[in-house]
Every structure is written in C-alpha cells, then in structure tokens.
Design a protein around this ligand. Structure first.
Ligand SMILES: Nc1ncnc2c1ncn2[C@@H]1O[C@H](COP(=O)(O)OP(=O)(O)OP(=O)(O)O)[C@@H](O)[C@H]1O
Length: 683
C-alpha cells in the first residue's frame, strides 16, 4: 500500500491535504482546482495582504471587491473547497490533519524558548479548515504572490507593528511550484516515510509540537493577518525595541565571495561604528537644558547655554579643596562649545595669580585638555572662579572607566583579577609621560595626575584635565615648582599601580601591589613603576622615564599612525560623498523647475533636455522587464565621471524611445555648469 497516491482526476498545481475523517467519508467529486466561479468568490489575497492587487483587471481571477465577497476566506464554505485530496489509504489522526507535508521537512527556525512554550501547549484539535495557519500551506497554486512580497529582508527584522511577508520557498504552491504541487507534495511525503521509517502514522500524534512549531515558524513569513499570537507574544518579550542608532547602522549584506571588482555598499561610506560614535558626540555636544531648571545663570561672561556635565551628587572637595562643578557651554564670541569648571566659593585675592593661566594657555598638547581662560564671577550668587577648557564630548574620567563600573566593583568584591591589558597600560604611560614632559619643560607642574582628572576622550586616548587650577588656588609664584614636579612623577607611579592592580587602595600597600604587578605584568612595566615611586631626588626627571619607555613610544607612534591612516581613508570616503552631494544639489536646482515651464529659454530642449535625459540615464533606468534598476554603483560611477568631465561618450535616450543622443560626460558637465550659472544669475 502506498502512502500517497496521485489523484488522477486532479490536474491541480497544488493539492491540499486535509484530514479525511475516514475512508468512507472521502469526498468524491471535490474539485482539486478552484473553478473560475470559486476564484471569483474568493477574495484576492493580495488585497488582504497589501490592500491592493497589482494584477487587478490584468488577469487576476480573484475577487477584488471586498463588499462582494460572498464567503470570507475563513468561512467554512471556503474551507470546504480546500478539502480536496482523494487519498484512500491515508488515515491520519486528528493531529495529522493539521500537518502539511512541508511541515515535516520544515527547517527548525524558532527560538528555543518559544519551542518550550509550544511544547507545553496541549494538543488541540485541528482548527477549522481554512483557519489561517492552514491556509498558509494549503493555498491554491493558482494564486501567485507578488515577487516583491515574497522576499524576506533580514535587515528589516520583525516587529509586531510590521507586516510580515511570505517567501515563496515556504509555500507549497507558490509560483515556483506551480504545476508541480502534487509532485512536491508527494516528494514531501516520500521523504517523510524515508526519514521516519519506523514511525507509523499514528505516531505522528506525538508530533503536535512540530506542527505547531512549524506553523509558528512559518508565521514569520506570513502576513500579519495570519500571525500566531504565541509568536507575537514572545516576539514582544524577546526582541527589544530598536535603538535609536539602528537608524544609522546597517548590518553587512549577506554576501560572501565577492568578485575582486565588486564592492558592498558599505565600502563607499564611513564605517558604521565610526559614524555612530561621531553621531553620538554631535548629539551630546548639541544637547541642552533649561538653565532655570538647574538653577544656572542664562549667561556667564561670554558663555551661554550652560549644561551640567557632572550630575554626581555630593561634591568632593578632596582635589581642589573647594567644591567644583563642570558645565558644557557655548561661547558667543566664536560659537564654539567649551567646558567650564567652576570652583565654588573661591575668592581671588592675588591678581597676579591670574597671570599663571598665560603659561598654560601657551601649551598645546594632544594629551592635555587645553585651557582658554579663567575669570571670576558672581553669577552663581557667590564668589566663583571659572576655568574654561576645550570641550571633549562623550569623555569619561579614568576613574569612571576603570574604578566605578559594576564589573570593577564585582571584581574587587570577589577578588577576581580583571586586569587592564598591558598594551593599554603602556599606551597610558606613554601618553602621560608625553604630557608631563611638555608641562615640566614649560617650567610648570601638572598637579593633577589622578584618576578623576584624566579624561578618556577616545579609545585609549587620554588627556590631563584641569591643568592650571591648583596654580591659581594655591598660588606661590612658582617657588615650589620642583617639588610639584617630583610629586607629578610620584602620582604618575601611583596611578599606574592603581590601574594595574585594579584598585585605588592598592597604593596603601605598595610591597604587595608591586608583587602582584610583577606576577601579572612584564619586568619593564614594574621597573618604570618602581622608578616613578622612588624617592624624589634632583636627578629624578620625566626625561629618564621617557628613556626607559622608548621602545613603547615607538609602538605607540606606530599605532597612532595606523589609526590616522584608518581615519584618513574613512574621511576620504565621505569627501567623495560631499562632492557628489554638491552635484546632486545642482541637479535638483536645474531639473524640472516649474516656474520656467513656459519659458522657452528654459524649455526642456537643448542643454537642459540633455541634463534631463542624463538624469534618466543615471537614476531611472529599467531592465528588460521594465523593473527599475536600483544600482548604486552605476549612479556613483556616472556622477564621478560627470564631476571629472571625462571624454567617455554615452547614449542618452528620450523617454518615448524615439530619439537618442550620443554625448560625452564632458559635454554634460558643461551643460550643467552653464545651466547652474544661469540659475545663479537670475534674480
Ligand atoms: N573638558 C571636558 N570636556 C568634556 N567633558 C568633561 C571635561 N572635563 C570634565 N568633563 C566631564 O565632566 C564630568 C565631571 O568631571 P569632574 O572632573 O568633575 O569629575 P568628577 O569625577 O565628578 O570629579 P570630582 O569628584 O572632583 O567632581 C566627567 O564625566 C567628565 O567626563
């Protein structure tokens, strides 16, 4: 006895198989193919899915008038017409009746936890014929989906609000299978037998979850009307709402083995990661608050739009001896954004102290936050001293980065080692040594080498912050500069120990900390630290440190150059885009200006007609089937050639295809330039 049979009376492209209750009850004259009348009675699925059918009036046999729909898609009548297979040997159980042959071979697609949910679902009797899930598989092969809806775009993802689409491969009787529905069905069952030789059909009673699973799976690919509520529930809990930045980032296309001459679209633009970072920095730079809400002055000297950067409660006076506050603000002289640091309650008694800022202003170093000016103010209702520094958006202090994260706390509590990699430590050492060397060479002292006053402004990129403040707050006319310089070296050493041991308290037990460092890091690193924390002597200088770390400096220079190369190449990509945007703007200005419609000198003949045809050539090409050609590389190639005005000739064709022109890019470029000049001259 064969497990399936070819119903000879059926010439159908796709034969639905639905639970015959018994051999005797097999309907005898059920047409396996919908008659034209049936088709007319059935509402077109394109209408249901998309709200319109592009084949309406062009041969689609289904009903397009919703009001006229005599039997709704799920009505028993409609369902009845689907019960069409004549299979005398097929005795499926009630559960089997809901299983499509494709179900058994369906690829596992569903997340585990969703399967769990499904597993726990009690076996339900088969849903009414024509229920959504069934219709999904048993749909007539006559009914073709639009090509565009059968594509699954992985970049879109599925969110409850989005209509889900239905790809052809999951439909037994989709266009590709049309005419082979029966064979496909038969093959499916054949493979079912092969794969489950020892499994009698009754054993399929134990497969309800497969059935449900599959219906759920395929729900991913069905339209939203037929979506399984289970899926949606778990979708809602599983898939987080997209981040705002998903608008700017896109995954790489699923393409491997590109030919050498092929490029992905990403190759033309700045990397997503860099773009997102810059985007975030811009966003932070432009953020603002209502000054009144934060009890801030509307204007402060030449600065306005104050925005508090330090929202931490409880101001520490440990560093400066006074509470300090940090604000982002905009300067109304140059329109730039600056960082203001206010020292609260400080009354400047010695005017000469202000002159120390001059020496600091002259220092320009990549690892020092530059100071612009300092002034006193009563705008906050007290005597405050304000220092103005360059603003570095999205910066973090070394304290925030390495000593305040929950991971770091957990590490401290559990005593687990989560060391900063040695390369990062060397990078910090080299940058700090470079900053301190410049400061000491200017006969100044940083007096600020501590984790909360070193900013991390990029990946491993640090800058000494708050320079010059202590020189004003504890003004001594530079008498103790050598002492402070020695202190800088000592604090430098302490900072590296804290970072290496992952603990700020490690400097209180130096022998143990050094032992730990010697176990975890190289000998060279330990030697530098030992030198930095050695007893101050007149011979102990930053120059010695620089000599000691010379090989690491070379490495740092190399890394910096590499990164510079990377940034430069990213920049060059956007440079091209800027050039092309200018060209596109010119196009936009010139083409189809309504106000010149009646103006013969601006008519769409001659030069301007050429431009219009070129626009069609670049953007509006269609393939042999009349489908739009959306080829970005064609656009970029054309625009680049146009911009450089190459001699290459192209053939432009009128829209009615009655005339064509052969012109060079150079000629088109001249036309565009002259048209744009004309436009600019017109008043
Ligand atoms: N020049 C700057 N540009 C951009 N952001 C800055 C600048 N200086 C400081 N910040 C930011 O302002 C915030 C507060 O800085 P601050 O120096 O007050 O740190 P803190 O850890 O709060 O120290 P304290 O306890 O002394 O107040 C930090 O998150 C820091 O990233």
């Amino acid at each position: 006895m064969s497990l399936y049979s070819n119903p000879t009376q059926s010439g159908s492209a796709a034969i639905p198989i639905v639970a015959p209750t018994s051999e005797k009850e097999i309907p005898k004259n059920v047409p396996s193919k919908y008659s034209t009348q049936d088709s007319k009675a059935r509402t077109c699925r394109n209408l249901i899915i998309h709200g319109y059918c592009k084949y309406e009036g062009k041969g689609c046999k289904f009903n397009h008038d919703l009001n006229k729909s005599t039997s709704p898609p799920n009505s028993p009548e409609t369902a009845k017409s689907k019960l069409s297979v004549n299979s005398p040997v097929f005795k499926p159980s009630t559960i089997l009746s809901t299983i499509s042959p494709e179900v058994v071979n369906a690829p596992p697609f569903i997340p585990k936890n969703q399967l769990n949910v499904v597993d726990e679902t009690p076996i339900t009797p088969p849903s009414a014929p024509g229920s959504p899930q069934k219709r999904l598989f048993y749909d007539s092969g006559e009914h073709e989906y639009d090509a565009d809806i059968s594509m699954f775009d992985p970049t879109i993802g599925f969110y409850p609000s989005q209509p889900l689409t239905s790809p052809k491969p999951f439909l037994l009787s989709s266009g590709g299978v049309k005419g082979h529905g029966l064979n496909a069905l038969a093959n499916s069952f054949a493979s079912l037998v092969l794969n489950n030789k020892a499994t009698p059909f009754s054993a399929l009673d134990t497969l309800p979850d497969t059935t449900t699973q599959h219906t759920n799976n395929t729900s991913y690919f069905t339209n939203s009307h037929y979506a399984n509520p289970f899926l949606y529930q778990s979708q809602q809990t599983l898939i987080p709402q997209p981040l705002q930045y998903h608008l700017y980032t896109s995954p790489l296309p699923h393409v491997s083995n590109l030919h050498p001459h092929q490029k992905t679209i990403h190759a033309f633009f700045m990397s997503d990661h860099l773009r997102e970072e810059l985007q975030q920095k811009n966003e932070v730079t432009l953020s603002s608050v209502n000054a009144k809400d934060f009890n801030l002055p509307e204007e402060l000297h030449v600065y306005h739009s104050l925005y508090p950067l330090d929202l931490r409660q409880g101001k520490s006076v440990k560093i400066f001896g006074y509470p300090s506050f940090t604000y982002k603000s905009i300067c109304n002289v140059d329109g730039r954004v600056y960082c203001l640091r206010r020292i609260e309650g400080f009354r400047l008694t010695n005017e000469i102290a202000m002159s120390t800022i001059e020496s600091w202003r002259r220092i320009r170093h990549a690892n020092i936050v530059s100071i612009r000016e300092a002034f006193t103010t009563k705008a906050f209702g007290d005597h405050s001293l304000v220092f103005v520094y360059d603003y570095h958006p999205l910066s973090q202090t070394l304290f925030d980065k390495h000593f305040s994260s929950p991971i770091q706390n957990a590490v401290q509590i559990q005593g687990v080692s989560a060391n900063i990699p040695e390369t990062v430590l060397w990078s910090y050492i080299v940058q700090l040594a470079s900053a301190i060397k410049t400061i000491h060479a200017s006969n100044l002292a940083a007096r600020m080498i501590e984790p909360t006053k070193i900013l991390l402004t990029g990946k491993n990129r640090i800058r000494v912050n708050c320079c010059g403040i202590m020189d004003m707050l504890a003004f001594d006319g530079g008498k103790n500069i050598h002492y402070y310089q020695q202190e800088d070296l000592l604090h430098f050493g302490h900072l590296i120990i804290s970072l290496a041991c992952n603990s700020l308290t490690s400097i209180h037990n130096l022998p143990k900390s050094i032992e730990l460092i010697s176990r975890q890091y190289s000998h060279d690193l330990k030697n530098v630290i030992l030198y930095l924390i050695s007893k101050p002597t007149p011979d102990k200088t930053i120059d010695d440190v620089v000599t000691m770390i010379a090989p690491k400096i070379l490495h740092e220079i190399n890394s910096a150059h590499h990164y510079n190369d990377f940034l430069e190449s990213e920049l060059s990509k956007e440079l091209e885009n800027g050039r092309l945007v200018r060209l596109l703007c010119k196009f936009g200005f010139i083409n189809e200006r309504p106000e010149f419609d009646m103006d013969p000198s601006w008519s769409e003949t001659g030069d301007r007609y050429l431009i219009k045809l070129f626009r069609d050539y670049v953007f509006h090409q269609v393939d042999e089937h009349g489908y739009p050609v959306v080829d970005m590389s064609h656009v970029l190639t054309c625009l680049n050639k146009l911009d450089t005005g190459v001699d290459e000739r192209i053939m432009l064709m009128s829209r009615d295809e009655q005339s064509c022109l052969i012109v060079s890019y150079k000629e088109i470029k001249n036309c565009i330039d002259s048209a744009f000049r004309d436009l600019s001259r017109r008043k």
